[in-house]
Structures are given as structure tokens and as C-alpha cells.
Design a protein around this ligand. Structure first.
Ligand code: NDP
Length: 604
């Protein structure tokens, strides 16, 4: 099999040898403690969660009633709120633990934070708000501003409760409404509730021995301390780091974006790596207003969203409007498959074609490291030895270049992680590195139970908890409705389209579906709307006819895509999407909600 090097030359790829290397690298990293290797930020570590961006404003507890309460003020809450307002539901109350709207974009203000999916499809409600993204991949402040713009345009600020964490949600059978209690003493009711708590919102720290002993300064990337570093989220030089020795622990998508800024600013920067990320070309560019005007006809964003999904997730697409690293991967796979003569389009040959395109892509990405990083040993250590979708693919045009700066040092732990943290710094392979500041780019809880991450466990009909209903795995209709939990709606991608690289498309569709259902319930004068047990069971059966989870081939290096390399248990078989693909799901759900029949739901 042949692959292309970054300099355009063709190289022979030895698939067998590569697989052996992949497995050896995976084995180095497998560990028995899986998700338990991470620390929850509670007790002595709870200060890592403090909000550095907005002071908490005192307010009186709420004891009133609203039509719709939504937990989470990120994209899910904003797009659902917007669609509800458009449908005439004016009293939508969003509850949010941060000090403003934005969700992940409220918290993640680290320097260089930027969307990884093209702004034209990643930023929600661009057409409705009339906003033109400034760049192909917008930076975090602009995305946060878009969240605030949506909040203002749809009047969602009027009723919102910020710095508020929901503690319980209880269905009140007799009143046909939900009782919501929060950490701010609120105890109010809502006819309907929505949950958009997001998959990655609880920061975690690595369970490194001695982590509490460090006497220098330390923070998590999702609570960036600009008072300490100087600079700002727009990328201004962090001038206070000029005389500082700083370590950033972790080299995932966050670190890849922050390191170039740290490298520019720090007296000395140690980038502490356990597993290298695959870092492909970013090719960001400003968006030309004349070009934007020429394409921004009514319905443009829907067309772009659908085109991306069609390219990315198995639909029919004659053109590729977005043209990025995600559609490139899909395009290669499709072209390899279409190169096969018709008699060889068997599942085995198609899988082999898929593998070939992945091996080629990863060879290109590894060869890109050699073409950028001057020190051979450092370049070798920065190469990712796994399939592209084993871990979150990254795209950046300055990360690898940072390692050519004499003040930036890669401390590779050969898959083992940091040995210990001391009062003065950190230890890798027996060597202590003294630093003034440690920045944890160690990610967010993923494989933990929903109720642990959400901070509450829904109590539905008869007091039955959502955790009980889902003890053997998630069970819903469309990823939105759970039987036994009337008037409650989930806004998240699993058991819906399940498209991994552009979650906002899922969220916007869910918002539209929920608004249509609530409108229908109000128009019918129904007090309850609930998925029937039969409709839910039929949907779950349908999901199980699919090919299963697309992430996590057995040779994958551990990470949160594959439950840190551990068997996720039988419940995980339900963490899947519509078996006919994301494009087919969006077509299906649009038809389902516009038919007016709302098949599978009981209105009472
Ligand atoms: P990740 O969970 O992706 O990365 C955590 C990093 O910490 C990994 O490199 C991990 O290594 C490392 N680590 C963990 N424990 C140790 C240890 N003991 N010693 C040394 N290193 C350790 O977190 P991120 O914050 O980077 O990203 C989280 C997710 O947020 C992303 O995957 C992505 O989905 C999203 N994101 C999206 C962005 C966007 O769209 N623009 C930008 C940034 C993030 P190992 O790999 O070995 O586990």
C-alpha cells in the first residue's frame, strides 16, 4: 500500500508493521484503573472549579412557575430556547452553572481556543442572528459572543438563572409539572423541562501522586487564570509569564491550541506528553464579506449543515462546501471504496479500503511532524501511532512549530504519565522539573454516570430515577424522550444522529423537534406528553440493528473515545445513533415532526 509524505513523495506503507507498532503503543498505555485514574474536583480540590470570569451576584430564590425550564446555558439550551420562543413559548428559564450563556465556550477561554469544525456550520443560528463568522474556524471570544447574541435576540436573559446548579428535578404527578430545586435555594415549577448539560463540562485532574503538594501556582485550562498569566482570551501576549517556568500537562485538543501561545510567552515551557495527538493542517483564513454575501441566501446554513453531514456521514453529496479535515477523511474513504470494482464491494473489502485510507492519512500526519519539527528525537516523540479516530483528531498550524523554539521543551513520558508532583514541580522518569506554574490540560469527565456529571438524578413518574430506568443502558425515542419521564426532553446526540464532529447540528434539530412538540401540547391543552413504552422499545430495537459504535477499534490507544481502553460494559451498546446514518436521521426527524402526528408520543 502506498502513502503520501508531506513533501508530496510517495512512500510504501507496511500495514502489518504499523499494526504491530499501534498495538505496542496501546499496550504501554493500558492501565487497570481506567477512568478511576482521574480525580474529581471536590473537597480540597474544589477550588479548581471556581469561576475566574464573573463574580457571583446575590439574588432571591425563585418559587414561581414557568412553562419551560432548561438545564444548561450552552448551545443546547440556547437553540432550544430560541426555537421555543419562535413557537410562541415566551417564559423559558435557562439554568446555568456559569456566570453567562456559552456552556463550554463560557468556561474554555484559554489562549488560542478555537472551534475545530468550520464556523459556518459549528456556530448555531448564524442565519437567524445575521452574524457572519470572521474566520473559517472562529476563535472562542467570537463563539461566546454568538451565544450572548442568541440570548439577547430571543430574550433568554430575562428569565435566566446564572451561577445556579440544579440539585433535583422531581415530577409532581398530581400537578403534572416538574419541581426544580437548586443550590441557590430555588424551588420553582415548570410544565416542561429540557436537559442540555453537555458531555464535557466537569473538569478532571490526573490522579498523579502528590498533586496536592505543589507550592507553586496551578489551574485547569477551563478556568484560565489571566490574572496570573497576563494576556487575554483574544490571544494578547501573556506578558506575566516572561520570567516563569511553566508546565502544561496533557497534549489533547486543548493543549494543542494553548501551547503556541504559552510557547511565545513563557520563560520556559515544558509540554508534558503521555500520548501525542494527531495534528493535521488547520488552514484557517478570514471569511470574505463579499463571498459571504454571495452565498448567504435564505436557508444557507441548513444547506451547509446538510452538505457537511452528507459528506461526513454517508449521505449523497456532489459537492463539499466545508472542505476541512473531517470531510477530507470521509472523501478519501469514499473514493477508495468507489475505486473498488463492483464485485469487490464486499463488507471485508470495504473495511480494508477504510483501513487503507486511515493508514495513509496517519502516515501523512506523521510525516508532517518530520517536515516541521527540526529536532529528530522530538519529532519522533510527537508522532501519533494509532488510527485517526482512536482519539480526537486535532488540526493546527502552529503547535508543532512551537517545539522549534529553544524555550519550549517536550517532556515525553513514553505513555506512562507524570510520576509524581512535588512541592517544586513534577517528576518524569525519575527527573524532577522545577516550575512556577502547572497548567492541567487534563480534560473532562466522560465515562462517568450521567447523574454524577449532571449533579442530579431525574425523579420521574412514581419517583423512579433516570439512573434506574437506564441501569442497563440509555433508552429513549430519538435521543430526546424517556418513558416514565413525561414533559422532559434531552438535548444531546446519542440515539439520534450521533454525528461526532458537528454536534450543534444535532442540538439545533432537537431544539426544533422539542419546540414543535411543546407547541402541539399547548395547542391541544394537553398537560402531559410522554413517549409510549412500545415506541421507545421499537426505537431501541432499531438502534441495535446498526453496526454499533464507530469509535474504538480494539487496537486503539486508550482515551475517552474508548472508555480508557476498558470494556465499557453491555450498556454501552446503546450509545449509538440512527442505523441508517446521520443524513437519514435528519430527514426522518424533520418528516416526523412536520407530519403533526408525533408518532410514539402520548398527549394527555
Ligand atoms: P483530553 O481529555 O482530550 O486530553 C487530556 C490530556 O491529558 C491527554 O493528553 C492525556 O493523555 C493527558 N493526561 C491525562 N493524565 C495524564 C497524566 N497522568 N500524565 C500526563 N498526561 C496526562 O482533554 P482536552 O481538554 O484536551 O480536550 C477535551 C475535549 O474537548 C476534546 O477531546 C474535544 O472534544 C474538546 N475540545 C474541542 C475543541 C474544539 O472543538 N475546538 C478544542 C479543545 C477541546 P492521554 O492521551 O494519554 O490520555
Amino acid at each position: 500500500m502506498a502513502g503520501q509524505a508531506a513533501d508530496g513523495t510517495t512512500r510504501v506503507v507496511d500495514k502489518k508493521a504499523l499494526l504491530v507498532k499501534y498495538i505496542a503503543e496501546r499496550d504501554k498505555r493500558l492501565r487497570a484503573d481506567g477512568n478511576d485514574q482521574y480525580l474529581r474536583l471536590e473537597g480540597q480540590l474544589s477550588h479548581y472549579l471556581d469561576d475566574p470570569y464573573t463574580p457571583v451576584a446575590p439574588r432571591e430564590p425563585k418559587t414561581d412557575h414557568v412553562t419551560f425550564a432548561f438545564v444548561g446555558g450552552g448551545f443546547a439550551g440556547l437553540v432550544t430556547g430560541a426555537r421555543l420562543v419562535e413557537a410562541g413559548v415566551k417564559d423559558v428559564r435557562i439554568l446555568e452553572k456559569g456566570g453567562d450563556f456559552g456552556g463550554t465556550w463560557y468556561w474554555n477561554r484559554y489562549p488560542g481556543a478555537q472551534c475545530d469544525t468550520a464556523s459556518m456550520i459549528y456556530m448555531p443560528l448564524l442565519e437567524e442572528t445575521g452574524h457572519m463568522p470572521s474566520e473559517k474556524y472562529a476563535h472562542a471570544p467570537e463563539i461566546l459572543e454568538q451565544c450572548q447574541r442568541i440570548g439577547r435576540q430571543y430574550g433568554l436573559y430575562d428569565n435566566a438563572l446564572f451561577h445556579t446548579e440544579v440539585e433535583s428535578l422531581t415530577w409532581q404527578e398530581a400537578e403534572h409539572r416538574w419541581l426544580i430545586r437548586t443550590n441557590r435555594g430555588d424551588a420553582f415549577t415548570a410544565s416542561f423541562i429540557g436537559l442540555g448539560t453537555g458531555p464535557l463540562h466537569v473538569p478532571k485532574l490526573p490522579g498523579i501522586p502528590g498533586i496536592g503538594d505543589f507550592k507553586g501556582h496551578a489551574f485547569h485550562t477551563s478556568r484560565w487564570d489571566y490574572d496570573y498569566t497576563g494576556g487575554d482570551p483574544k490571544g494578547a501576549l501573556m506578558e506575566k509569564l516572561a520570567d516563569k517556568r511553566v508546565a502544561i500537562i496533557g497534549t489533547g485538543a486543548t493543549s494543542v491550541q494553548a501551547v503556541p501561545h504559552l510557547s511565545r510567552a513563557c520563560g520556559k515551557l515544558y509540554v508534558v506528553q503521555r500520548t501525542p495527538s494527531s495534528v493535521d493542517v488547520r488552514a484557517n483564513a478570514p471569511i470574505d464579506p463579499d463571498w459571504f454575501k454571495s452565498i448567504a441566501e435564505p436557508g444557507w446554513q441548513k444547506r451547509w449543515l446538510e452538505n457537511f453531514t452528507a459528506n461526513q456521514a454517508g449521505g449523497a453529496a456532489d459537492e463539499d462546501l466545508v472542505q476541512d479535515g473531517w470531510t477530507d477523511l470521509s472523501r478519501r474513504i469514499r473514493s477508495k471504496i468507489s475505486d473498488l470494482p463492483p464485485e469487490r464491494r464486499t463488507p471485508m473489502d470495504m473495511l480494508a479500503a477504510y483501513e487503507d485510507s486511515d493508514f495513509e492519512k496517519m502516515e501523512e500526519i506523521r510525516s508532517r511532524v518530520d517536515s516541521i519539527v527540526s529536532d529528530r528525537e522530538t519529532a519522533q516523540k510527537l508522532k501519533a501511532w494509532y488510527r485517526q479516530l482512536c482519539k480526537r483528531p486535532c488540526f493546527h498550524d502552529a503547535y508543532l512549530q512551537s517545539f522549534n523554539s529553544p524555550s519550549t521543551v517536550l517532556v515525553d513520558t513514553d505513555g506512562q504519565g507524570v510520576e509524581k508532583i512535588t512541592e517544586k514541580g513534577f517528576v518524569v522518569a525519575g527527573v524532577e522539573y522545577e516550575v512556577d506554574c502547572i497548567i492541567y490540560a487534563s480534560g473532562f469527565e466522560v465515562g462517568t454516570p450521567f447523574e454524577q456529571r449532571a449533579g442530579f438524578d431525574l425523579a420521574g413518574r412514581g419517583g423512579r430515577r433516570l439512573s434506574e430506568a437506564w441501569a442497563e443502558g440509555m433508552k429513549t425515542l430519538h435521543g430526546i424522550h424517556a418513558h416514565g419521564f413525561p414533559n422532559a426532553f434531552l438535548v444531546q446526540p446519542t440515539q439520534g444522529a450521533n454525528l461526532i464532529s458537528n454536534i450543534p447540528h444535532n442540538l439545533t434539530e432537537s431544539g426544533a423537534t422539542i419546540a414543535a412538540i411543546v407547541r402541539e401540547a399547548l395547542d391541544r391543552g394537553a398537560q402531559e406528553v410522554e413517549v409510549t413504552a412500545e415506541a421507545q422499545a421499537a426505537w431501541v430495537d432499531l438502534l441495535l440493528t446498526g453496526m454499533g459504535r464507530m469509535l474504538g477499534s480494539p487496537d486503539c490507544t486508550p482515551g475517552y473515545y474508548n472508555n480508557e481502553g476498558q470494556d465499557p460494559g453491555p450498556a454501552a451498546r446503546l450509545n449509538v445513533g440512527y442505523p441508517h446514518g446521520a443524513s437519514a436521521f435528519f430527514t426522518y426527524i424533520q418528516g416526523w415532526r412536520s407530519s403533526g402526528a408525533f408518532e410514539g408520543l402520548a398527549f394527555r
